[in-house]
Design a protein around this ligand. Structure first.
Ligand code: ADP
Ligand code: MG
Length: 233
């Protein structure tokens, strides 16, 4: 459908939340294009709209105005049912807290979503093993969350987000619960999977130190986004 290989494109996106009698403009005419294999850092003060931008790109909220193009399809025109399918097939979401289920092994965390994608248990197992290898956890497939470190749990989270073969990866402060060394290796992993799987990645980070690992950086302020500036990795 899209010949431009622009996997994520926000066009003039405005998002207002109701606030008492009035409303809060969390996103104000935001434009952003992220291509396959590109990784963009999103920085800006708390409350500036970074998570709102990810939520709009993830199709978890519908913008008040504007277009959200995912792999060439305008998500703002889709039904809730189609959006659910789109998220499952094309969008990977990684939030600060891995949100793993306490009773499941690392492999099982990855396998359960595959059922919803209509995959057989056998195919799901094979894919889970492959993705755990990608994130360096091939030997920890049978461990439960409490047996893993914070960094390892975030790796499981990343592997899970990759299971459906997403074209867009949306990452909100993936390192805020981690020490410096683990943060560095998580951002490097996100860089590597962006390249390897040719996904369009947006990473919200308060840690400007990791910005050079990404291709460009855009700054959010009061719901407005600056044009991305190239970094020199
Ligand atoms: P950031 O991630 O940069 O800290 P957010 O996107 O979370 O910023 O928030 C942007 C603005 O939108 C803030 O003023 C925040 O209070 C408001 N906001 C965010 N989510 C909601 C919501 N679900 N309902 C109402 N207001 C919200
Ligand atoms: Mg936020």
């Amino acid at each position: 459908m899209s010949s431009t290989a622009s996997h994520l494109k926000l066009v003039n996106v405005t998002l207002e939340y109701p606030d008492g009698e009035g409303s809060i403009k969390a996103l104000d005419a935001v434009d952003l294009t992220v291509r396959a294999g590109q990784m963009i850092s999103l920085v800006g003060p708390s409350g500036s709209g970074k998570s709102s931008l990810l939520a709009a790109a993830a199709t978890l909220v519908r913008p008040t105005h504007g277009l959200v193009l995912i792999d060439g399809t305008d998500a703002t025109g889709l039904s809730d049912k189609d959006l659910t399918a789109l998220r499952r097939e094309i969008i990977g979401i990684i939030f600060q807290q891995p949100n793993l289920l306490a009773s499941l092994t690392a492999a099982e965390q990855l396998i359960i979503g595959e059922h919803l994608r209509g995959k057989s248990v056998k195919a799901a197992r094979a894919k889970a093993a492959e993705m755990l290898d990608v994130v360096g956890l091939g030997a920890s497939a049978d461990k439960r969350p409490h047996q893993l470190s914070g960094g390892q749990r975030q790796r499981v989270n990343i592997a899970r987000a990759l299971m459906g073969g997403p074209k867009v990866l949306l990452v909100d402060e993936p390192t805020s619960a981690l020490d410096h060394e683990r943060s560095d290796s998580i951002v490097r992993l996100l860089r590597r999977v962006t390249d390897e799987f040719m996904v369009a990645t947006v990473m919200v980070t308060h840690d400007t130190e990791f910005v050079p690992l990404t291709d460009s950086v855009a700054t959010m302020r009061d719901g407005r986004l600056t044009a991305p500036v190239l970094t020199h990795a």
